[in-house]
Design a protein around this ligand. Structure first.
Ligand code: Z57
Length: 818
């Protein structure tokens, strides 16, 4: 089944690539050149499988899912591709013999950071699982010239540096200009009657760009399957359109050139928040239109009846970002393929399925009619007609009930509501964890759930163990394989077989020794990249995720300030040494990073508590260093305000690597505790029901806590007395105010930080008590690994296939004889 690997042939291939690409020998080439050469050698192994897979799909005319997403947070490709080709160790050996260190080579690759956080990384995990399980699938997205910004910390502040990830070339991608499509913006719609007297609509006086696809291979684990991630680039219609120029339309030519340049320039660096920018809607329509055109062209190669398009294609909409898919598909089916409304609607409503990833109000996409209709005049007409028909239906079903129309209409109050469009036109609506789906059904989308209960379903998120255990934590991966064999790589439920070892003291020692080695590796990374010395014997307590108010990094750092006060007041306090590790990129302007860094500065340089408490902010948190961080964690901080984190996926990566969860009953934490048992995690704080009740009915007053809890008061006063910012004591006044004072429409302490503070401090105490019991801790940590089986994205994908996509598994044969 696996790849037949010939070591000498591989070495020769690397040397040949260096020669062809750079006219260099192995000794002359620099590290980046070696990385490129090795990648091309790996690509060569991929190519036969990629060809064979696509041939098989064509021959069997398979049903295919298209995962439509503005974000694919792929991280590095080289290591993952070698892992999934099952040649990682062979190549490591071959390179060793050439005097090359694979780790150093892997470190030359920039992360493909075409995403912000959880939503984009989920898309990447899903592609890995789809290929590994042998399902026909495409990812469709955008080839941003600049991905997620690189973060530098200067004077405690976040600086955003452009991520020029394509600078040295992207070795795994293939440009495929022969599959380019035109995408049109603006202008107006001209309506006329054709010879049969039917209404026809054409867009005129538009600006357009050419969408050019780049294919990236997505290698399945050990099964010869290679799927494709298509990322679209934009090129001008004619580089400096001579024709327009001659006709005197100089302006239009320049405009189209700029449109192409701007549209794919940069990823919007917002997570769980939308900015409502016109360029963002352009990006959405650009990749959606190109992707649908490609799917339809592919379909027509082997099928004649476009009315049956939905039998072969299903589009999964990753949040509302690609929801314009619905209207664009209607447009193409009617205006280009000649279907009538009813026929096109039948196809579209069987093609599109929508995943909701958040209930945060700031993330709900609503476009002003003016903007939407100006940019996409024909698509807007179609949205209007979808809305008109739906509102008619509402009036019949709920006579006289204006409230239903206000909440459920696709167009209301001068805005196009993308979630409503996705729900009305999609055949499936899913949440991403059990609790999240329940909140959607009972609260956020209650009216839709009542009207279309059959559309709603849950798909609890997952993560790929190939990247986050096999590649990220090779010591633990080998140890597990030594105990239970390697079936877990493609069936994570096998991890439960580790349960028989959790009381075995030798196994416990081995397991904790591996954790220690991983902590050494992280300590070295931190020293090299952040200049901070950390004690690998201290408890590594980690919160890595996007910086966001609802994720409550503020609660974490306030607690660190409290701990510091305790230690100073009582230097003999009998608690283990702790290192609090943060990693997070922020939307511009958010001040908590500065607070964390200032607190770190004070604490790390205070000889009075030396060694007992350290705080580290890891710069530029991203997929590649995440792999190292998860492997080294003891405690996993998952402390969002209950109800706000739809699922979380970092929580699962920590669990898989043997960290204990310290968290609220939110998102997938609920299911993690259910799997691992209450004794092997520490849960604290308000429940989602309590949070929602306070939000709806009031009755929470943070000032009361401030007045009654001396420890809380001390910590808050330290925000405004210069304790953590000598040169400007006012530095953190805004944070202080946000916790205690209402501000316009904003409630004081919106995210219940003070309300949960005492419970959080107690939870930390409980966690440390557990840590002091060495054997008990080892057992709990091992149980976390043993119970992580449910959280494989393989399980998630099997559920999507069973309930939504209805795909068939494919087998791909390859002969390695050439
Ligand atoms: C994003 O990363 C998520 C939701 C969004 O609506 C946007 Br925009 C970005 C995250 C959720 O916050 C996580 O809880 C969830 O695990 C992840 O999406 C994947 O579903």
């Amino acid at each position: 089944m696996g790849v037949k690997f010939d070591k000498d042939e591989f070495k020769k291939s690397v040397a040949d690539n260096l020669k062809v690409l750079y006219r260099k020998t192995v000794d002359e080439a620099d590290k980046q050149q070696i990385f490129q050469a090795v990648s091309y050698s790996v690509k060569d192994i991929i190519m036969d499988r990629w060809l064979a897979t696509q041939k098989t799909y064509e021959k069997e005319d398979v049903r295919t899912v298209v995962y439509m997403s503005m974000e694919f947070l792929m991280g590095r490709a080289l290591g993952n591709n070698m892992i999934n080709l099952t040649v990682y160790k062979d190549i490591k050996e071959a390179l060793d013999e050439m005097g090359l260190d694979l780790n150093v080579i892997e470190d030359q690759e920039p992360d493909a950071a075409l995403g912000n956080g959880g939503l984009g990384r989920l898309a990447a995990c899903f592609l890995d699982s789809l290929a590994t399980l042998g399902y026909p699938a495409y990812g469709c997205g955008i080839r941003y010239r600049y991905g997620m910004f690189k973060q530098q910390i200067k004077d405690g502040y976040q600086i955003e540096v452009p991520d020029n990830w394509l600078k040295d070339g992207n070795p795994f991608e293939i440009k495929r200009p022969e599959y380019s499509y035109e995408v049109k913006f603006g202008g107006y719609v001209r309506c006329y009657k054709d010879e049969d007297g039917r209404d026809k609509f054409v867009q005129e006086d538009y600006r357009s760009v050419i969408a050019v696809p780049y294919d990236m291979p997505v290698v399945g684990y050990g099964n010869n399957v290679v799927n494709t991630l298509i990322i679209w680039d934009a090129e001008p219609v004619n580089t400096f359109n001579l024709e327009s120029f001659n006709k005197g339309d100089y302006h239009k030519a320049i405009e189209q050139e700029n449109l192409a340049k701007n549209i794919v320039e940069v990823l919007y660096p917002n997570d769980n928040h939308y900015a409502g920018k016109e360029l963002r809607l352009k990006q959405q329509y650009f990749f959606v239109s190109a992707s649908i055109q490609r799917a339809i062209a592919k379909y027509k190669k082997t099928n004649s009846d476009i009315r049956k398009f939905h039998e072969k294609y299903v589009f999964q909409l990753n949040d509302t970002h690609p929801t314009v898919t619905v209207a664009e598909l209607m447009r193409i089916l009617m205006d280009e393929e000649g279907l009538n409304w009813e026929e096109a609607w039948e196809v579209t409503t069987h093609c599109c399925a929508y995943t909701n990833h958040t209930i945060m109000a700031e993330a709900l996409e609503k476009w002003p009619i003016e903007l939407f209709s100006r940019l996409l005049p024909r698509v807007y007409q179609i949205v209007e007609e979808i809305n008109r028909r739906f509102v008619e239906e509402l009036k019949v079903k709920y006579p006289g009930n204006q409230d239903k129309i206000r909440k459920m209409a696709v167009i209301y109050d001068g805005q196009v509501k993308m979630a409503n469009l996705a729900i009305v036109a999609g055949f499936s609506v899913n949440g991403v964890a059990k609790l999240h789906t329940e909140i959607l059904e009972k609260q956020e989308l209650k009216d839709f759930y009542e009207m279309f209960p059959e559309k709603f379903n849950n798909k609890t998120n997952g993560i790929t163990q190939r990247r986050f255990l096999l590649h990220g934590n090779p010591l633990l991966a080998d140890w597990i394989t030594g105990k239970i064999g390697d079936d877990w790589i493609t069936d994570l439920s096998h991890l439960s077989r580790l349960k028989v070892y959790v009381d075995d003291e030798k196994c416990q020692r081995e397991f904790m020794q591996i954790k220690y080695q991983n902590k050494l590796r992280l300590a070295k990374y931190i020293k090299e990249n952040n200049g901070v010395e950390v004690d690998p014997r201290s408890v590594f307590d980690v919160q890595v995720k996007r910086l966001h108010e609802y994720k409550r990094q503020l609660l974490n750092i306030l607690h660190v300030m409290y701990l510091y006060n305790q230690l100073k007041a009582n230097p003999d306090l009998d608690i283990p040494a702790q290192t609090f590790i943060f990693g997070a990129k922020a939307a511009a302007g958010y001040k908590i990073a500065k607070l964390i860094n200032n607190v770190a500065d004070v604490i790390n340089n205070d000889p009075a508590i030396k060694g007992r408490l350290k705080v580290v902010f890891i710069e530029n948190y991203r997929v590649s260093n995440a792999e190292i961080i998860f492997a080294a964690a003891d405690v996993s901080e998952q402390i969002s305000t209950a109800s706000k984190e739809a699922s979380g996926t970092g929580n699962m990566k920590f669990m898989l690597n043997g960290a204990l969860t310290l968290g609220t009953m939110d998102g997938a934490n609920v299911e993690i505790v259910q799997e691992v048992g209450e004794d092997n995690a520490v849960i604290f704080g308000l429940t989602s029901d309590e949070v929602i009740r306070y939000e709806n009915e009031g009755g929470y007053d943070p000032m009361e806590i401030f007045n009654n809890d001396q420890d809380v008061r001390t910590v808050l006063m330290q925000l405004i007395n210069g304790e953590y910012c000598r040169e400007n004591p006012e530095m953190f006044r805004d944070i202080y105010n946000s916790l205690l004072h209402n501000d316009g429409g904003r409630r004081a302490d919106t995210y219940f930080i003070l309300k949960d503070f005492r419970a959080y401090a107690d939870a930390h105490r409980k966690m440390l008590d557990k840590y002091k019991d060495e054997k008990g801790w080892a057992k709990s940590a091992m149980l976390n690994v043993a119970c992580a089986g449910k959280f494989s994205s393989d399980r998630t994908i099997e559920e999507y296939v069973r309930d939504i996509w209805k795909l068939d598994k494919v087998k791909v044969e390859v002969s390695d004889e050439d």
